[in-house]
Ligand binder design. Structure first.
Ligand code: MGP
Ligand code: SAH
Length: 205
């Protein structure tokens, strides 16, 4: 299982050999670089919050595209690794690294865009045909979405490829439309789904 992630290391971080640091959860959770880069382009804005930053896969790409990034993780080791990895990419000066619980910090946060990539419950997330967002950790997807809505009027939500799309449509009812679903591929393989809420959606013009 670990070998699988090792083979993908350059797809996770193109600068892997420059000294990227990872821990176990980091290995199976990091967003592949091409996807993170694309999401960063979609989320480009003055202030972006990465509420579940991990070892920094998304944070680094946000910092390459946006003026300011607030990177939060409750695990001090993850934040230390994210800072180290951001230095390798030369973008740590555009990032505020915060060790803390997103749900506790939320009332004091404001941004243009908030990005959500919470724990999905480990690599076993695929065992059910349809992934129920109430399985998201440490709180269910509805609570998470409600909390995030108060922080920013644009939300990007990174979710399992088997996620229940009906539930996501229900979530969008809690929000003013539009909503947009995006499939994320790496080398023709479906990796995950990103859902965008708010003005960051691509409208038909
Ligand atoms: P995967 O299913 O473990 O890998 O995760 P892959 O390469 O599709 O494996 P295969 O065995 O199906 O061929 C796919 C992607 O989902 C990873 O690259 C991560 O970006 C993301 N991911 C996986 N997990 C378990 C999590 C998680 O718990 N949280 C977050 N935020 N992302 C995750
Ligand atoms: N997108 C990241 C991976 C995120 S993995 C990347 O590309 O590298 C999910 C992260 O959420 C883990 O690092 C975990 O420590 C963190 N986390 C879990 N509960 C949290 C909480 N309540 N507040 C902030 N971070 C939390």
């Amino acid at each position: 299982q670990t070998a699988k992630y090792w083979w993908q290391r350059y797809s996770l971080f193109s600068k892997f050999d420059e000294g990227i640091k990872m821990d176990e959860e980091g290995w199976f959770s990091v967003t592949p670089e091409v996807i993170a880069k694309h999401q960063a382009m979609r989320c480009s804005s003055p202030v972006v919050i990465d509420a579940f930053a991990g070892v920094g896969g998304n944070t680094i790409q946000f910092a390459l595209r946006s003026e300011h990034v607030i990177a939060i993780d409750k695990d001090p080791m993850k934040i230390a690794y994210a800072r180290h990895n951001a230095e390798i990419y030369g973008v740590s000066h555009r990032i505020d690294f915060v060790v803390g619980d997103f749900f506790q910090l939320a009332p004091s946060l404001k941004a243009d865009v908030i990005f959500l990539s919470p724990p999905w419950g480990g690599p076993e997330y695929l065992k059910d045909t349809s992934y129920d967002i109430s399985m998201l950790q440490p709180k269910d997807g509805f609570t998470l979405f409600n909390t995030a809505q108060r922080v920013a009027s644009n939300i990007a939500f990174y979710l399992p490829r088997n996620v229940d799309l009906e539930q996501l449509k229900e979530l969008s009812c809690l929000f003013d439309p539009p909503v947009e679903f995006e499939k994320n591929f790496v080398n023709d393989k479906l990796k995950a789904i990103t859902v965008y809420y708010g003005e960051i959606c691509q409208h038909d013009r």
